[in-house]
Write a protein that binds this ligand. Structure first.
Ligand SMILES: Nc1ncnc2c1ncn2[C@@H]1O[C@H](COP(=O)(O)OP(=O)(O)OP(=O)(O)O)[C@@H](O)[C@H]1O
Ligand SMILES: [Mg+2]
Length: 330
């Protein structure tokens, strides 16, 4: 069972208009029992929002129960959720409460809900609709007062379209949709987040560095953060650990952050040549599109043959096959 009773309101960064608006909405929703689906990329802050919906509202004295859908095997998940009576299956000796029952009076949070199996989706539909269920092997119907919050980091509507997620459950869970924007779309949050994570490291480790250097901050602000807030946190933590000077320099950041095209000339005495910028940008685009030749060529606005030429000129390995281009494309 995962219960987390820490107060998430300490240290929440919301400087961007998108985040300010989201928190305003969350504060209103926290007073209701409507089912909320939180959508957003990995690391964007969905768990944080789920916590806020609970601890900021009328249910805060009740339990907050999280179900991390991908990590529990399907056969176990059913009894984890619904509980069981003695004799429901071979190992069931005593009555066991499921998470739905444990969440009575509070919040049940389905993290990465897209991973629920079709069988469980069908079973959950009734609970979410009626807030009633039976334990496995039980006959008595149990009523609960639960607020359902779910999160997903894929396009759940697409999962519905492809038949992987039940449409009826989708609508039930998504009475109110909340979108957590990717960090690159709310850049005003980057600096205060970086400062927050740095301050925490300072308190924890008494590192010699007292601040992030201004150029370091500029590099952080300009990066596109595919891993969102979680990635920013680990970059800042690592940078503070490897630094022995007063201010954390750009060189303490990982190469892929510093060398992304828009950061190429930051904090450097020598400005790069056009060729260097081109090389870095081609690498960057290839990384972003998962090394697909076709997509990279489309983004760059050149033919696949021209892309292949550039890769050969810059000695860029084929990521998947681990070879450098010599002849022919892929
Ligand atoms: N606005 C914010 N202010 C302070 N910390 C934040 C903020 N947003 C996210 N974080 C921190 O960033 C980390 C990642 O956030 P979180 O775990 O909520 O992401 P997630 O969207 O649930 O990711 P995943 O899809 O991988 O589960 C956490 O340590 C969280 O506390
Ligand atoms: Mg999460």
């Amino acid at each position: 069972m995962t219960t987390d009773n820490s107060d998430p309101r300490a240290d929440i960064v919301a400087q961007s208009p998108a985040m300010i608006e989201l928190l305003r909405l969350v504060a209103r929703l926290a007073q209701t029992r409507s089912s909320v689906l939180i959508e957003g990329e990995s690391g964007a802050g969905k768990d944080l929002i789920a916590h806020l919906l609970h601890y900021d509202g009328s249910r805060k004295t009740g339990p907050f129960i999280k179900v991390h859908c991908p990590s529990i095997p399907e056969d176990l998940l059913e009894s984890e959720l619904f509980g069981h009576e003695p004799g429901a299956f071979t190992d069931a000796r005593q009555t066991k409460l499921g998470k739905i029952e444990m969440a009575d009076g509070g919040t049940l949070y389905f993290d990465q809900v897209q991973d629920l199996s079709p069988a469980l989706q069908a079973k959950l539909l009734r609970v979410v609709e009626e807030r009633r269920f039976e334990r496995l092997g039980g006959t008595r119907t149990i009523e609960v007062d639960v607020r359902f919050v779910s999160s997903c980091n894929v396009d759940l509507r697409a999962a519905v379209a492809s038949g992987h997620f039940r449409e009826d459950l989708y609508h039930r869970l998504r009475v109110v949709p909340l979108a957590v924007a990717p960090l690159r779309e709310r850049r005003e949050d980057i600096q205060p987040l970086a400062e927050l994570f740095f301050r925490r490291e300072l308190e924890r480790n008494a590192t010699p560095a007292r601040a992030l250097a201004p150029e370091t901050m500029t590099v952080l602000r300009d990066y596109h953060w595919p891993g969102n807030v979680r990635e920013l946190r680990s970059v800042v933590e690592r940078a503070s650990l490897v630094t022995t000077v007063e201010q954390v320099p750009v060189s303490a950041l990982p190469a892929h952050v510093v060398e992304c095209p828009q950061n190429l000339w930051m904090g450097r005495e020598r400005l790069p040549s056009l060729r260097e910028v081109e090389e870095a940008y081609v690498r960057h685009v290839l990384d972003r599109v998962g090394h697909s030749q076709t997509r990279a060529a489309a983004v760059l606005g050149i033919s696949r043959k021209a892309l292949w030429e550039k890769r050969r000129r810059y000695g860029m390995p084929w990521k998947r096959k681990g070879r450098t281009p010599k002849e022919g494309g892929d």
